[in-house]
Design a binder for this molecule. Structure first.
Ligand SMILES: C[S@@+](CC[C@H](N)C(=O)[O-])C[C@H]1O[C@@H](n2cnc3c(N)ncnc32)[C@H](O)[C@@H]1O
Length: 406
């Protein structure tokens, strides 16, 4: 077992101190943080540990340290049982924020966005603000968007130290062109969409996304979703429920599940996630480690939040919002979404298009991007060992050319 220290001014300072693992284990998890969020205890804990290690002669000349929050997960570049961090200057002594979401692919996002001082980056999926923090630390301005008021509130608190450089706005990312920060006709140097749900949304029983934690059958990412999951399962026709489960969940047993939902709701409408999960299990049984309700819950969530339709609109909006040379980064977690993104980018990166019925290829009227990397980018081993959510994350990158929109 090992403990890793990270010191931003000297990335080579990577100490392994086997003997101290047991001593600091519990303290670390009490005082540590996972998202680069504020903590009042951390400086105290850190100086205590440093003084103990120094007294033992294990840590000579170690006076102070700070860490950039975005680099937390990847700071050591090696597997560690424990990572000790110090807070950064502006944050020490602030009240702790509860963990919200650990951003996926932070190094890759930082590398491909390559945010520069003074640039304008749209973060269309603010969530806990982890990715935005990377851009803000590079001294860019961030126009943040999220449809979830809880995400707006959390990220605003976390990123308040950046002042006017961070401009949050509660809306759908498909409305990004109307962000108040673009009202003067300004265009963005980069756009990030990290689509799907945040860990906070998934893990809060009260939001109704979880089949493991009983809660109200809601699943709306924000108040602008047209209906709740309960309204969908209690009011849609059997045929429509089958379509939703097949199309958005690729659920092979869609018919069987929809039949039982319709029978059961006639007796008592669904109001709780636990009830719906139990009915799905009753319909198709449990045959593997994966909960039988996984695909159905995902499909209902995608339908409730109109995820694919809004993603499609958002991708179109990105064309108009990016300046020439502007970077578009899209992270998805689901094959349906990744397919949509891949087709969008590949089609718009073709200068010409062809059809067997045409005498010759024609100019592509939708040629708006170049692709600096054709394949999707996935998380590396270090990140996978620290963030299970990163397993299915795929990042695709496109760069806007100078063709104007009409
Ligand atoms: C995976 S999380 C983003 C996490 C974020 N990158 C971070 O570093 O914490 C996705 C976020 O996108 C938001 N979201 C999903 N669909 C949206 C949409 N159509 N418009 C605006 N926000 C959306 C969700 O509410 C959620 O907070």
């Amino acid at each position: 077992m090992q403990i890793s220290f990270y010191h931003p001014k000297s990335t080579s300072l990577h100490l392994r101190v086997a003997a101290w693992m047991m001593l600091v284990k519990n303290d670390h998890f009490l005082a540590g943080r996972r998202e680069g969020q504020g903590t009042a205890l951390l400086p105290l804990f850190f100086s205590y540990t440093v003084s103990c290690l120094t007294r033992l002669g294990l840590l000579p000349n170690f006076a102070s340290a700070s860490i950039t929050p975005a680099s937390f997960s990847h700071a050591t570049g090696e597997q560690s049982e424990i990572i000790l961090m110090a807070g950064w200057d502006g944050e020490q002594g602030t009240a702790p924020l509860p963990p919200y979401h650990l951003p996926v692919l932070p190094l890759e996002v930082a590398q491909w966005m390559n945010a520069q001082p003074g640039e304008c980056i749209i973060d269309g999926t603010l969530g806990g603000g982890g990715h935005s923090e990377i851009f803000l630390e590079a001294k860019a301005t961030v126009l943040g968007i999220d449809r979830d008021p809880q995400a707006i509130a959390h990220a605003s608190k976390r990123l308040q130290r950046f002042g006017l450089a961070f401009q949050p706005w509660q809306a759908n990312y498909s409305q990004m062109a109307d962000h108040p920060g673009l009202s003067d006709g300004r265009k963005a140097d980069g756009i990030l969409l990290d689509i799907g749900v945040s860990s906070h949304q998934l893990d809060s029983a009260a939001r109704g996304f979880s089949f493991q934690k009983d809660g109200p059958l809601d699943m709306r990412m924000g108040p602008n979703a047209p209906r709740t999951a309960a309204e969908l399962v209690n009011e849609e026709s059997e045929t429509e429920i089958i379509r939703i489960l097949r199309e958005f969940g690729e659920e092979p047993q869609a018919r069987r599940i929809a039949q039982l939902i319709v029978q059961r709701r006639a007796v008592k409408p669904f109001t709780r996630t636990g009830d719906l999960a139990g009915t799905i299990e009753q319909a198709i049984g449990r045959h593997s480690k994966t909960h039988p309700a996984t695909r159905t819950f995902q499909a209902i969530r995608m339908a409730v939040n109109e995820e694919l339709a809004l993603l499609s609109k958002a991708l179109d909006a990105c064309i108009a919002c990016l300046k020439p040379g502007g970077r578009l980064l899209v992270i998805s977690f689901h094959s349906l979404e990744d397919r949509l993104i891949k087709q969008f980018m590949q089609h718009r990166a073709r200068a010409t298009i062809d059809d067997p019925t045409w005498p010759a290829p024609r100019d592509n009227p939708e040629y708006y991007f170049t692709l600096p990397v054709r394949k999707s980018i996935s998380a590396g081993k270090t990140e996978l060992s620290q963030n299970t959510r990163a397993r299915s994350a795929k990042l695709r990158v496109a760069v806007r050319n100078n063709r104007t929109t009409f």
